[in-house]
Design a protein around this ligand. Structure first.
Ligand code: XIL
Length: 318
């Protein structure tokens, strides 16, 4: 059957990859699978490069956990999608509780982005510069950044990242943008606005946290992602998982296999889609059961690291 990353490369993609997280690396069977670069040519730190991990106090930067992931990627000859610089979640309390002015928050944002991107300069294939800025209805989330700076915060973050590592691809990353609608249109508008302002944006990430049976068709994905590539940015599937109600039924297991194939084939078919990343590869370490109660079994390997039909679906699409 072959291997996922090797198959992806042979088919013309840049990578097939996976998220991982520091606590998981003590599991030696998991680590061996993760480190197989014929399966995973790219890794994404699930948590250790987020703001709360990197800058827990103002100006207090702690890179040790992020470095573990960066060094692992280097050792395994894997690309890293560095994730993420600005997000409304997993912010340390000093960010959410300070009485900011536009000037003080601009300075704090610039310090955060500049210091983190400079630390990892030359090591990141890409940065998710801004994550999940939009509500599902296409308006901006009224988080600490938007409520203080309006949509300018996006430009401020991208400009700081571009200055700190000109070679990293700079991404906007979100979910529920994988199909046409108000949110996808708003994401397009973010790309257009940045480009119109002369700000560097290279890519858009489609998280793709799907529910079995509701994965957009290849045609829908291509049409939708194609509206982004038409603006001159690359696209990637950045956090793929496909959950189902528990316990799994045979019908859902089969549908999940089809759905994984749909996503890899969709990316492969669309020129400008550069890779597919799963949001961890085994059910034991998936974020899904704790986040979407009553659902799970969302990954390509089971709790015991055995390949599920979903794995063969993902492979068949490549
Ligand atoms: C998730 C992690 O996997 C969890 O361990 C953590 O508790 C919460 O965040 N969208 C994103 C990711 O961009 O950073 C999130 O990761 C999943 C949703």
């Amino acid at each position: 059957y072959g291997q996922l990353h090797t198959a992806a490369k042979n088919a013309g993609l840049l990578f097939f990859g996976t998220a991982t997280d520091n606590p998981e690396l003590t599991d030696s069977a998991y680590l061996a699978k993760l480190s197989d670069s014929t399966q995973f040519g790219q890794i994404t730190p699930g948590n250790s490069m987020k703001w709360d991990a990197i800058e827990p106090g103002p100006g207090n930067f702690t890179f040790a956990a992020g470095d573990v992931i960066a060094n692992l990627a280097k050792k395994n000859n894997q690309l890293i999608r560095c994730h993420n610089l600005v997000w409304h979640q997993q912010l340390p309390s000093w960010v959410t509780s300070t009485a900011w002015t536009p000037a003080t928050l601009t300075a704090a944002l610039q310090l955060h982005v500049t210091t983190e991107v400079t630390h990892y300069k030359g090591q990141c294939y890409s940065w998710d510069v801004v994550n999940e800025a939009l509500n599902d209805n296409g308006t901006f989330r009224n988080d600490i950044f938007f409520s203080t700076l309006g949509e300018d915060y996006i430009k401020i973050a991208f400009d700081a990242a571009a200055a700190a590592d000109p070679d990293a691809k700079l991404y906007y990353n979100d979910f529920n943008t994988e199909f046409p609608g108000a949110k996808s249109t708003a994401a397009l508008n973010i790309v257009k606005a940045l480009k119109a302002a002369g700000t560097k944006i290279d890519g858009v990430g489609f998280q793709s946290h799907f529910l079995v049976g509701s994965t957009p068709s290849i045609a829908t994905q291509m049409k939708n992602m194609g509206t982004f590539t038409a603006l001159g940015v690359e696209v990637a599937v950045t956090e793929l998982d496909i959950r189902m109600p528990l316990p799994p039924t045979q019908a859902n297991v089969a549908q999940q296999q089809t759905d994984y194939q749909t996503v890899t084939a969709g990316c492969l078919t669309l020129k400008g889609c550069i890779g597919v990343t799963v949001w961890d590869f085994d059910d034991a370490f998936s974020w899904v059961p704790s986040t979407f109660p009553g659902t799970g079994s969302a990954c390509i390997l089971d709790d015991n690291l055995n390949e599920k039909p979903a794995y063969f679906g993902a492979l068949a699409g490549l």
